[in-house]
Design a protein around this ligand. Structure first.
Ligand code: SF4
Length: 436
């Protein structure tokens, strides 16, 4: 039977996992003889790989799907990703003819494209036979080593979209990194919904230490691993195994450990599986054993049940631990979640609290970064900065150092950089030896 070859346009939203899923779909589309096009007008089919993480994101997705559905009634529309899995009725309401694919069914994309009918595939399990490595630039690559988590946080809709832990085997990750390093990639970002549970689906045990160990033993050359977000309870369990590995020169001393709130009461409402005391001990232990560590965290402001006293406890925690980076998110209502059923904090109060917290975080950042002024630090120059007007280098703990674009010839190289200025967010400097 003759298959209909299609020209396919893809739009992607959301996190590195979703970007990774798009690369997987592209490889299947290509393998099956369809053509990817960059201009939507040329396409026979449009795939929207969606995100559902926040209410504002969902509204943006809804608007875009409605727009595409109305503007291109003759093109096939496929809604893939988290919104399709978590909010299929919403997708159906705004784009009734659209086919839907869960993140777990993306390997069936060609079958969906080739079918003359609307297809809905919202279950399935992820294929883990080969691993596409996304090169963000000449020097940086992202590898989504697993998806899914073992927790059930009250606020998270991703739990519905990417339920089970599903990981690529260690050997596949190692081989992929070898190829990337051979191509000249210097920074490898290992990412997952929760790096702390990598491998749990493979042998019923958290395998992150084993993964890191295999990479540093088996991949030679100059490269740096940045390990993505790890939930505190999993990192605590593995800390004795992880710390010696982090001492290896191939690891950025970077930890992304979301705390979410400084109040034990709110952590319980959130269904987080640790207490503030446990979290504080974890961070202190990391800093004791690896003093140069960079600690990034996430905080949700205005989760249902967060009173003024709870918010003050979050402020106290931030002041106590002086995080190197804090991502502040105002809680947004998500349907089908535990927090969605609770009484909501008024929007104006959430805004007020998040701006108070943001200014505290800025002051801490300014204080910490001011300590580098006049010092020289060793960093690797990895990427172009904002609007390509500068270059971003990374210290051994991933602290960003912005340098002038005129040092383009140093991309991918290490250099000592004299720190001449700073913001709350990054350091600014000048390479002092451009013979490197
Ligand atoms: S919902 Fe979460 S996992 Fe899904 S694309 Fe958005 S950020 Fe990524």
């Amino acid at each position: 039977m003759n298959r209909c070859m299609m020209k396919v346009y893809i739009e992607t939203y959301g996190c590195a996992l979703n970007v990774h899923d798009t690369v997987v779909m592209e490889s299947y589309i290509d393998l099956n003889g369809h053509t990817l096009v960059s201009n939507i007008e040329d396409a026979d089919a449009i795939i929207v790989n969606t995100c559902a993480v926040r209410l504002d994101t969902e509204r943006r997705m809804e608007k875009r799907l409605r727009e595409l559905f109305n503007k291109y009634p003759d093109k096939k529309l496929v809604v893939a990703g988290c919104l399709a899995k978590a909010r299929p009725y919403l997708v159906h309401k705004v784009a009734p003819n659209a086919s839907m694919l869960s993140p777990q069914s993306i390997h069936k994309i060609s079958m969906v494209l080739e079918s003359p009918r609307k297809i809905i595939l919202l279950d399935g399990s992820k294929e883990r036979g080969s691993l596409p490595a996304i090169t963000n630039s000449k020097t940086i690559a992202t590898i989504a080593v697993s998806e899914g988590c073992l927790s059930n946080c009250s606020f998270c809709i991703t739990k519905i979209a990417r339920r089970k832990v599903s990981s690529y085997p260690v050997s596949i990750v190692v081989e992929t990194i070898k190829k990337l390093v051979e191509k000249g990639v210097k920074e490898i970002r290992l990412t997952a919904q929760d790096m702390g549970v990598y491998g749990y689906d493979i042998i019923g045990k958290k395998m992150l230490p084993e993964l890191i160990n295999s990479i540093i033993k088996r991949v030679e050359g100059e490269y740096y691993l940045r390990i993505g977000m790890m939930s505190p309870q999993h990192l605590s369990e593995m800390l004795d195994d992880i710390i010696p590995l982090y001492k290896d020169q191939h690891l950025f001393k970077f930890f992304h450990i979301p705390v979410q709130s400084g109040s034990d009461k709110v952590l319980r409402l959130m269904n987080r599986e640790y207490s503030i005391d446990e979290y504080v001990s974890l961070v202190k232990e990391i800093r004791r054993k690896l003093p140069e560590s960079y600690i990034a965290t996430d905080i949700i402001v205005g989760h249902p049940g967060e009173g003024s006293e709870d918010f003050l406890q979050t402020i106290e925690l931030v002041k106590l631990l002086e995080f190197d980076k804090v991502h502040i998110a105002r809680y947004t209502y998500r349907p089908r979640t535990l927090a969605g059923k609770l009484t909501q904090v008024p929007e104006a109060e959430k805004k007020r609290r998040s701006s108070i917290l943001a200014s505290i975080v800025e002051n801490i950042g300014l204080k910490k970064n001011s300590e580098f002024l006049g010092k020289t630090i060793e960093a690797i120059i990895l990427d172009e900065g904002f609007k390509r007007q500068s270059l971003i280098a990374r210290a051994s703990n991933y602290r960003p150092v912005v340098i002038s674009k005129e040092y383009n010839r140093l991309l991918g190289k290490r250099a000592p950089i004299l720190i001449t200025d700073y913001t709350f967010f990054d350091l600014r400097g000048v390479p002092i030896d451009d013979t490197c």
